[in-house]
Design a protein around this ligand. Sequence first.
Ligand code: HEC
Length: 481
Amino acid sequence: MSYPWWHVPFLTAPMLIALIATVHVLVSHYAVGGGLFLAVETSHAYKHNDEGYLAYLKQHAWFFVLLTVVFGAITGVGIWWIIGLASPLATHFLIQTFVFGWATEWVFFVIELAAGFAFYYFWGKLDRRTHVAMGWIYAAAAWISLVLITGITAFMLDPGQWPETHNFWHGFFNPQFLPQVLARTGAAFLLASMYVYFHASFKCQDTDLLRYIERRSSRPAMLGSALVASGGLWWYLLLPASSKAALQGAAVINVLMVIMFTLTIVVFALLYIGPYRNPGWLSPGFAIMFLGFGLAATATGEYIREAVRKPYIVYNLVLGNQVLAEKVPLLRENGFIEGTRWPSAWLAARHPQLVTTHPDGSLTVDEQGMLALPKYDRVEIGEVLFMYHCNDCHAERSGVNAMEHLLTGWSREMVATSVRHPEKLKYFMPPWSGTDAEAEILTDYLMDMRPEMPEGMFFGGRHDSLSDVQAMIGNTVEEAR
Ligand code: HEC
């Protein structure tokens, strides 16, 4: 299995997945929780013959269908486009493993869409029982699609027994399945209430009705926060050791964890002192802030969930740079270019003298010949190796985790060592999957972009020579004594 490279300048291709997936999740949680809200509340309003509330709920259903069905469906299909391009090997792997899971998911999507449209467009035309039933069919189908997709995404973090048994159910009911279903169901409750507050604070003119809506939606939101907190804690306790270490070891994730905890506490506190204790507080400004905090907490949480899988995309099976973990020894032995279709085709087109094609279709790359090329050509080959090995997590010259900036002032020896043992430098980087000669070529590329130490650092500027610095350190040591 080998796929061509998709180069996304500045952002890197996987960051596009993170962006679209985060945007999608903010709406998809509402698609589940909002469906439940509409089913429960419509049924309640019918029972009490509450015409005012029914009129509001119809308005809300319009907003709901527009946001979840139109925006949710577009971003959902967008995820498929982008993961197929940005992460083809992992997507291939997941489809092979879960093909019937996806198929079932799509069946529930169709049910969800049909019931959602019927619920809104036949409002007032269906008898009350059938109308409420449509709401419940929508809510159930939406929640089941949450459960189905969670089985598959949680598998990526911890496939459990699947690698030994290759049994669909072992993969689907993986150790991370229940905690994530719990947390996401909670997020669906919580975000639905926030979207309701947001919509109602603008659209509901009747103050008494607004207070009523506020009170009725505060309990599901509090329940949602409790589910998010307990699901999140459970998720953390069951994390595989490498993910726990990534969570603690990466600076960016540390900062995000602090942000997420702070936001969650703020949302809970606002919920308690606002809608729960003082229903009169709900103004459009308050609702916007509330929804903003809720969305930010959810987005950060989902981002962390994605980020801690490093160095894998699918734990123990597919590495973060689109290499199957089991293929690493072979690629180290025979060469990355030799073992992968697209880089070898590129090399054969660019430097035909370096590639011999055998009658059985296999290739041999002349590594000594590659090392003997002029610098310009080696740097160019090094760039290809970089794109395949490192560009999933590092932009080149500027952008996300940009390589050029990370290497400022590094010596060739340091660069060469880090290429050969990335997993020793930061254990959440995948191991090198090429030969020694290929590592040397990648080092050429990296040294070509590496900036010098900023002017005036250490041995320039204030201190004229190494001996000055040594003298200074010596003095300090003397003083300390
Ligand atoms: C799975 C993602 C991933 C891949 C693939 C990856 N890296 Fe990294 N690398 C990271 C992260 C994340 C950091 C920085 C973490 C931080 O902010 O401290 C990093 C940091 C680095 C650093 C700086 C280390 C330091 O101590 O400052 C170097 C050098 C580096 N990577 C080189 C490489 C090279 C060369 C490759 C390709 C052979 C590569 N990385 C592939 C994720 C990756």
